[in-house]
Structure formats: structure tokens, C-alpha cells
Design a protein. Structure first.
Length: 154
């Protein structure tokens, strides 16, 4: 669960970790339903951008997803959605962009300057990616901040 900086929106995840729903805190109306994926996952982090235009989500699948909230036409949709009778699954909005971090490593994600998303993982890795409105996501920097070793060395 996450709340935006203005306190006007709250994002929640389904128990399976496949859906993220964003609600208006005043009216309690659902504003948008987003799909992280089809396989169940544990979500480690949900975070709004400073202006609430985007949402990022990290999971145990080793992915960080970025969703557009203000300009939802940027989000991907299934090509099967036009058929109509297949239900909500194909009508869901999928992420605008995503990138991969070490799978099954808990990490937090947040928005940086410009169109960047940063993920810091429990293994000490730092990932910074820049995303574009057309869904491209390119690594800008990577580093390792922890040296994992045997505590008995001290």
C-alpha cells in the first residue's frame, strides 16, 4: 500500500500481487486498475512519483514496473482487448515500462529526477533507469554498495 505526497490517492495491491488499484482518498472511488503480471508475486514496494503522474512497483519476480497515472494512454494494453468477450484480464492496463533487478532480492523503488526510477536491493545493488513515454527503459547507472562477507572476519 502507498499514498501519494498530496494525500489524495492511495495505491493497493491484490493478495496475488497481480493487480494494483489506485483510489481517490476523498471519494473512495477507484481511479485506475493496473496489471503487474499474470503470475502471483510478492510486491516489495509501491511508490508514487512526486507529481503523482507515475507509479512504480517492485516484486520478487525481479522486475520493477512503471505505470502512467495521469496520461494512461501511455500504458500498454493487450492486443486481445479488442475481442471483448475475454474479460477483464485483457482489458487491464499493463506497465508503461519495466526493468530487471536480481530476482527474489527484496528491493525498494522510487522516482528520481526527470524520468528516472531507482531501485535499491537488499544485496546492496543500486539500479537507476530512465524511461521514455514510448516505453523504452535504459540503465543510467549501476553500483554495488555492500560487500557481503563473513562476519567472523572482524
Amino acid at each position: 500500500m502507498a499514498i501519494n505526497q498530496q494525500g489524495t490517492q492511495v495505491a493497493t495491491a491484490s493478495e496475488k500481487g497481480t493487480l494494483i488499484r489506485v483510489f481517490d482518498t476523498q471519494t473512495k472511488n477507484m481511479l485506475i486498475e493496473l496489471r503487474r503480471g499474470a503470475d502471483p508475486a510478492t510486491l516489495y514496494c509501491i511508490n508514487f512519483s512526486h507529481d503523482s503522474a507515475f507509479l512504480c512497483v517492485s516484486s520478487d519476480k525481479g522486475t520493477v514496473h512503471v505505470f502512467a497515472l495521469k496520461n494512461t494512454s501511455l500504458n500498454k494494453r493487450s492486443s486481445l482487448a479488442k475481442i471483448g468477450f475475454l474479460g477483464q484480464y485483457v482489458e487491464s492496463q499493463w506497465g508503461l515500462a519495466n526493468f530487471t533487478v536480481p530476482a527474489e532480492r527484496p528491493c525498494i523503488c522510487a522516482f528520481g529526477s526527470g524520468s528516472s526510477v531507482v531501485a535499491v536491493c537488499v544485496d546492496g545493488t543500486y539500479h537507476k533507469y530512465v524511461f521514455t513515454p514510448d516505453g523504452n527503459c535504459n540503465r543510467e547507472s549501476y553500483d554495488v554498495f555492500l560487500e557481503l562477507g563473513d562476519d567472523s572476519e572482524w
